[in-house]
Design a protein around this ligand. Structure first.
Ligand SMILES: [Zn+2]
Length: 251
């Protein structure tokens, strides 16, 4: 297949879109026919994720696997039992071809999430290295650098799905709700979060309002992302991760 640059893909026809993505998501040097001939059907299926719907199904399936293991680990008391439960998260995604990652990245989704150490998108969506393009800052705010990074993910890497992810117990949103003095830079950090809040919001409501606000900012401030959404090449979703259940819910 003739190679399409990412920029050509973004401005190309629907047919070119499908062809470009199918090829681009395969590991360099390992065409589909070779993978199929090798009986590597599961890896092929994972790498051929190419539409927003495919990406969403893959994320939700991964989170369902994570949440099941997370709940099991909470119930099981011994370190060995927790290790077994959490180890199941990685079953099925340990087929990474290191050489493919040396040659390039082919993420099937991008996530704008909080920097909170408990909220690792790769972990909670049960994704391997190379599968998720991640942009993180405390409070998952759509700062200019974050939007520019996501433009790269969509425009250059052809990512078809973008998820803005908030979470329970968010410290940045808690700080935005409070009135304690902050450093100047932290004030800067919480200012856009405060702009999304309604009077009387509890923490969960505030987190979810902040996520929706950040998601809206992506298309409001990026012509590239807005155009990709209009053309059906990109879907942007808001989501909420509950640390207690391990579950990600779409908002
Ligand atoms: Zn947070």
């Amino acid at each position: 297949m003739a190679s399409l640059t990412r920029r050509q893909w973004l401005v190309g026809s629907a047919g070119a879109l499908a062809a470009g993505l199918t090829g681009a998501l395969l590991p360099p040097g390992r065409p589909a026919a070779a993978l199929a001939a090798a009986g590597d059907a599961e890896l092929l299926a994972r790498l051929q994720v190419c539409t927003p719907a495919d990406g969403l199904a893959r994320l939700l399936e991964g989170n369902a696997r994570f949440a099941q293991a997370w709940r099991a680990a909470r119930l099981d008391g011994s370190p060995e039992q927790r290790m077994q439960a959490l180890g199941r998260i990685w079953q099925g995604n340990c087929q990474i071809d290191p050489q493919a990652l040396v040659e390039g990245q082919r993420p099937f989704a991008a996530v704008l999430s909080c920097a909170d150490a408990r909220v690792d998108p790769g972990w909670l969506f049960a994704c391997a290295a190379g599968e998720l393009f991640q942009v993180r800052s405390a409070g998952n705010t759509a700062f200019n650098a974050a939007i520019a990074s996501l433009e790269f993910a969509v425009g250059e890497l052809g990512v078809p799905l973008l998820v803005v992810l908030g979470h329970s117990g968010c410290g940045a949103v808690t700080a935005a709700l409070a009135s304690e003095p902050l450093t100047p830079l932290l004030e800067e950090l919480v200012t856009p979060i405060r702009a999304s809040l309604q009077s009387g919001d509890d923490l969960t409501q505030a987190v979810q309002a902040n996520v929706r606000h950040a998601a809206g900012q992506l298309t409001a401030r990026s012509a590239l992302l807005s155009r990709a959404v209009d053309r059906g090449q990109l879907r942007i979703l808001s989501a909420y991760f509950d640390l207690g259940s391990g579950q990600v819910s779409l908002l």
